[in-house]
Design a protein around this ligand. Structure first.
Ligand code: MRU
Length: 369
């Protein structure tokens, strides 16, 4: 997508030095647009863990590049497969909730384990990382095409009046490689001239909505309004939301879906107010092996400092300030699970389906064994 008029992906290989993977440092946005170099598996591990890169599809792609960087590390050929497995385990341990990370890494590894020669391994690992990026972009494009129909429908019902969409967290191009999942239909609708407005939840504790979604939408010329996380219910009660659209970090074969903490409360409010609640996700965010989201999805717990402190810009620098008593006890669950019964539908790269095993199976018969 465009950043100050120039096209960027959220991750890419340095064309002039193929030993370096480049990412946008998302911790610094929207205050500073900084590009960071990743040169080793440890760099990638730290970048994912500390949320330099974040968002389910992007951490999957970063994981694939992490394996590529692992192939470049100086190891005897006989130890390479073991080194790759250890690197994969390390990368997978960086964040537990988004399924894209283990799914992409395991599939890259499966390809590499068939190759013994080190140069061929390096080449295959790079191909796999680049292919992961290309296919994630293509999936987002398709999500856009399918999701557009929902927005068009609402627009028709409102006789061309502005379609108000509420979103939580950041499921835009920064969270993917390009385009985004939630933002894909929004960008297409905007291109088609459908009047749109997005309510952006600030998304405490680390404010992905305020910092990233607001910045992204602004860069693409989409009208938006930033609201505190607790505002959604009020907006819905007063007819100010036509559609709730969120991303997903892991969706089960029965349609339970984990996303950024607070998503469940939006789904509850949407149900109470008869507002459609859709989840936009690529097939790489499904975990077809599990059924019960509440019992089976591991919810990441992060440092409580993200709750007790807030970062912002002051005097040209990013500063972190404490917002509670010094000895306050705080907890930081990163995600929650929205049960399938609250989800109106899933907008996937293969089409739109109900959040049920029967409907998901119809779109993804090859994934059910
Ligand atoms: O903790 P984050 O910022 O990685 O959480 C991201 C989200 O919850 C996104 O909504 C999700 O990954 C979908 S991204 C297309």
């Amino acid at each position: 997508m465009l950043v100050y008029g120039k096209h960027y992906h959220s991750i890419w290989l340095d064309e002039t030095d193929k030993l370096v993977v480049k990412v946008i440092d998302q911790r610094k946005l929207p205050f500073f647009f900084e590009i960071k170099d990743l040169r080793s598996v440890n760099d990638v591990y730290t970048a994912i863990k500390e949320m330099v890169v974040r968002g389910a599809p992007l951490i999957g792609a970063a994981g694939a590049f992490g394996i590529y960087l692992a192939t470049l590390e100086d190891k005897p050929a006989a130890d390479m497969h073991r080194h790759l497995r250890q690197s994969a385990d390390l990368l997978i341990s960086s964040r537990p909730t988004a399924v894209n990370l283990p799914l992409v890494i395991d599939s890259v590894l499966e390809r590499l384990m068939k190759i013994a020669e080190v140069n061929a391994l390096k080449e295959a690992a790079l191909d796999a990382a680049l292919e992961t990026c290309r296919s994630e972009i293509e999936r987002c494009r398709k999500i856009g095409v399918h999701g557009l129909e929902i927005i068009k429908d609402i627009s028709r019902r409102k006789n061309g009046g502005t379609v108000n969409i509420l979103t939580h967290c950041n499921a835009g191009w920064l969270a993917c490689v390009d385009i985004g999942t939630v933002t894909a239909p929004i960008y297409l609708a905007h291109e088609k001239g459908i009047p749109l407005h997005v309510w952006v939840d600030e998304t405490r504790p680390v404010n992905q909505g305020a910092r990233l979604t607001a910045w992204e939408l602004g860069q693409q010329g989409i009208k938006y309004t930033l609201v505190p996380d607790n505002t959604g219910g009020h907006l819905m009660q007063h007819g100010m939301v036509d559609l709730v659209l969120t991303g997903s970090d892991r969706t089960t074969r029965k349609g339970d879906t984990a996303n950024k903490i607070g998503t469940y409360l939006k789904a509850l409010a949407a149900r109470d107010n008869d507002i459609p609640f859709y989840v936009a996700l690529p097939e790489t965010s499904f975990d077809f092996n599990i059924s019960d989201g509440l019992a089976e999805i591991k919810i990441e717990k992060r440092d409580s400092g993200e709750v007790t402190h807030v970062a912002g810009l002051e005097g040209g620098e990013i500063k972190s300030v404490r917002i509670c008593p010094e000895d306050a006890c705080a907890e930081n669950w990163g995600f929650d699970v929205t049960p399938a019964r609250l989800v109106t539908g899933l907008i996937t790269d293969r089409g739109i389906c109900g959040a049920s095993e029967k409907d998901i199976r119809k779109l993804f018969p090859d994934k059910f064994r």
